[in-house]
Design a protein around this ligand. Structure first.
Ligand code: ADP
Ligand code: MG
Length: 226
């Protein structure tokens, strides 16, 4: 127990530090970016390169900021369908533009969990963003809720994207592990951290060229409501 406490204290210090540093980096970054955008007339190739690298730093700081302060967590009772619908609503303009449809399958009913709503929303956002980024040609993303009859709920996200090679699956969630040119490799790391805090787990199943299935298991607060 002592070891666990130490570990969680370390994590919270790292989280705070990361958020602090990210916040400090953001202001000068915005200034430099604005300046570069103003002076597009120079060498446009160098300009484009600098802007794209700055965007990368920007993405990293945004995700570092969302690490937040772990001790500020306040658990709440929430309906999973509410959080999912909320997240999908946020992403639907971007999905529409890219020919992506969200299919929600809540036939098994609704599920109550004890959670920090914004954190769980952050997890769903990160996962859906990845799914959308993997679907260059558009398609469907199916989100469904199931009872595993062991006091847990399984939230699954099935996309029709590029898929993930088997050998990469164990590395998902490692900080800075990314296969994207402009990726940060922080999205899934944050997901793993939050789901662990909620005593849940994440499983990945993927087929190259067919798509990826991500299943998040979370403890149920009560039996499902119909
Ligand atoms: P980032 O999106 O910034 O690269 P993430 O931690 O969100 O970082 O994801 C890590 C890597 O996992 C991605 O670069 C991508 O290669 C892979 N990945 C995650 N989700 C999917 C998905 N749904 N389909 C295909 N690849 C995925
Ligand atoms: Mg991502």
């Amino acid at each position: 127990a002592e070891e666990f406490l130490l570990q969680s204290e370390k994590l919270s210090i790292v989280g705070e530090l990361a958020a602090g540093v990210a916040h400090e980096i953001r202001n000068p970054l915005t200034t430099i970016k604005g300046f570069l955008q103003l002076y597009k007339s120079g060498n446009s190739q160098i300009n484009a390169l600098l802007l794209s690298e700055l965007e990368r730093i920007e993405n990293i700081t945004t995700e570092m900021l969302s690490l937040g302060k772990p001790q500020a967590i306040q658990m709440d009772t929430a309906k999973l369908t509410d959080i999912i619908e909320n997240t999908v609503e946020l992403l639907s303009p971007q999905a529409n533009m890219n020919g992506i449809q969200f299919k929600l399958n809540f036939a098994d009913g609704d599920f109550l969990i004890s959670c920090e709503k914004n954190q769980i929303k952050q997890v769903f956002l990160n996962i859906l963003k990845n799914a959308m980024e993997a679907m260059e040609k558009g398609g469907d993303i199916e989100i469904s809720l199931k009872d595993n009859n062991e006091g847990e709920c399984i939230v699954s996200f099935q996309d029709q994207g590029c898929g993930i090679p088997d050998e990469f699956l164990p590395r998902l969630g490692e900080p800075f592990y990314t296969l994207k040119e402009k990726g940060t490799g922080l999205g899934l790391m944050i997901c793993h951290k939050i789901i662990k805090q909620h005593h849940g787990s994440i499983v990945y199943k993927s087929k190259i060229g067919e798509g990826t299935l991500i299943e998040i298991t979370l403890p149920l607060l009560r039996q499902k409501i119909r």
